[in-house]
Design a protein around this ligand. Structure first.
Ligand SMILES: [Cu+2]
Length: 189
């Protein structure tokens, strides 16, 4: 009887041992499996986070662009305000090697442009032509009196050393309106 009991005990021991092994082993496997799931979830979450950060990263430049645009918008009015008092836009002709060169066309019975604007102390070069008959230009304050022959270009050069408004006139009789053929030289000081 004792031998059978021992065999039974041994069998029980083995069975319990097997049960413990078989019972525990899946339990041991499960936690890692659940951890893997958790890790996968974490990865998914991190992937979502990456997407979110990507979206944020995409959004960031637009905000930077907006700020840049805002910054670009702000300085614009300032130079515009600075340019307003500048008489540069009102000056006649173009600067050629530091000389203000202005084309003037004389015709019965006016000058074009009728108003010539220059800056004080500038050297001025008038390129004078006539649209019809021979005219002339007289500008007493600057000692100018030149003939503008038809078909030719008359060049008159002077330094606008005095500021103010001066009247120039046709100095060659050219017809009925000759006496009222005048223009204005404006020298900005
Ligand atoms: Cu005239």
């Amino acid at each position: 009887m004792e031998g059978k009991k021992l065999v039974l005990l041994a069998l029980l021991f083995m069975l319990t041992g097997l049960l413990v092994l078989t019972g525990c082993s899946p339990r041991q496997d499960q936690p890692p499996a659940s951890e893997e799931v958790v890790m996968e979830e974490d990865m998914e979450e991190s992937a979502v986070d990456d997407q979110l950060t990507d979206e944020l990263a995409i959004d960031e430049p637009t905000t930077e662009e907006e700020t840049m645009l805002d910054e670009a918008d702000d300085p614009e009015p300032e130079p515009a305000q600075e340019l307003e008092p500048e008489p540069e836009v009102a000056l006649s002709g173009t600067l050629v090697d530091g000389v203000r060169e202005i084309n003037v066309v004389a015709s019965q019975f006016d000058f074009g442009p009728e108003v010539i604007t220059v800056r004080q102390r500038e050297e001025v070069r008038l390129l004078l032509t006539t649209d019809d008959v021979t005219h002339g230009i007289g500008l007493s304050e600057f000692g100018i009196n030149a003939r503008i022959a038809a078909g030719e270009t008359t060049v008159v050069t002077f330094v606008a050393d005095a500021a103010g408004e001066f009247t120039f006139f046709c100095s060659v009789p050219c017809g009925a309106g000759h006496g009222s053929m005048t223009g204005q030289l404006v020298v900005i000081g």
